[in-house]
Design a protein around this ligand. Sequence first.
Ligand SMILES: *Cc1c(COP(=O)(O)O)cnc(C)c1O
Length: 367
Amino acid sequence: MSLPFDLVSDTNRVCAERLAQILKNPGFVDYFSDHMAHATWTKTEGWTDSRIENYHALQMPPGTAVFHYGQEIFEGMKVYRHSDGSIWLFRPEMNARRFNRSAIRMDLPELPEEDFLTSVHRLSRIDEAWVPSGQEMSYYLRPFMFANDEFLGVKSASRVSYLVIGGPAAPYLADGLTPVDIWVTTQYSRTGDAGTGAAKCGGNYAGALIAQREGADHGCSQVLFTDAATHTWIEELGGMNFCVVTRDNTLITPPTSGTILEGITRDSILTLAPDLGLTVDVRPLSAKELFSKALDGEIREAFACGTAAAVTPIGRLLYSENNQVKTVPLPQPLGEATRTLRNALVDIQWGRAEDTHGWLSEVRQSS
Ligand SMILES: *Cc1c(COP(=O)(O)O)cnc(C)c1O
């Protein structure tokens, strides 16, 4: 039986003046919208108790399992408002499937795809006033699930909460077009062979924060990780996938074989690339090859991609070798391929280009 996610409480809407003020300068989800979706899973009853209700603080005893062992997964997706006022999700079924792959890896219960989709559609529809219409602005949705038993034994949850919250978002990294510097760490790993790298779980992010600090100490806004076993192979950033473009217009990105998260933006870009004159080559790329080919001009462009920032051009790669910081500038920090791919993607998302792949899912028609 599918979950209805009916609206059960609606007594807390922000006033129009305040909302207009928030939407002018929302940051990246500095504010949350009026409602949230909620469902509960128990070992004996399965999924029950679905609802949309006022956004509110949760009350949980300190002994709640998630606080101690981090059995938790999440998703990140956006709702886009087109110029005719209609609002749309981008490939939400991909998020639903990935949520379940993450659930399986973290030994959490799967949520039927249909229920995931109902929850994000209903919340976006109910809080549609929160979907901004400004340039590159969106409403960011955060579905998540966590162990909600009260016990300290190390065992999988028999009671789980699923929630969806959301809020308006300006572009994640400045204007999204200014090239950023990236710290390539060989000191820390995000994940390892047979680890949780392919799952969207909080622990992966918590474990990456120290590397991010190391990067920030060197003026870098993001960190690029190499494989844990040998620190030879380029994997991905803390929350974005990584691609380069060569002089002969080949787009290279490492394969997502267990340690790298299967980004929906990455998948979309690999699908769009051939139509834009790029050859796609999914293959392992060593840090050594990356640095030497960027230096001799064979690799021309590099970018990071993910839902939050779409496509982020990379200006320079920094790394440490024998206690010295080396800098590798990309020959074309915001090159033609990066720009063309970015535009092709965001133009579909914001309804400025035809959705030939059928990636958009309508939340609300134009009025
Ligand atoms: C979410 C995420 C991505 C990007 O995935 P999208 O579906 O494109 O947003 C890439 N890497 C990691 C580690 C992530 O958590």
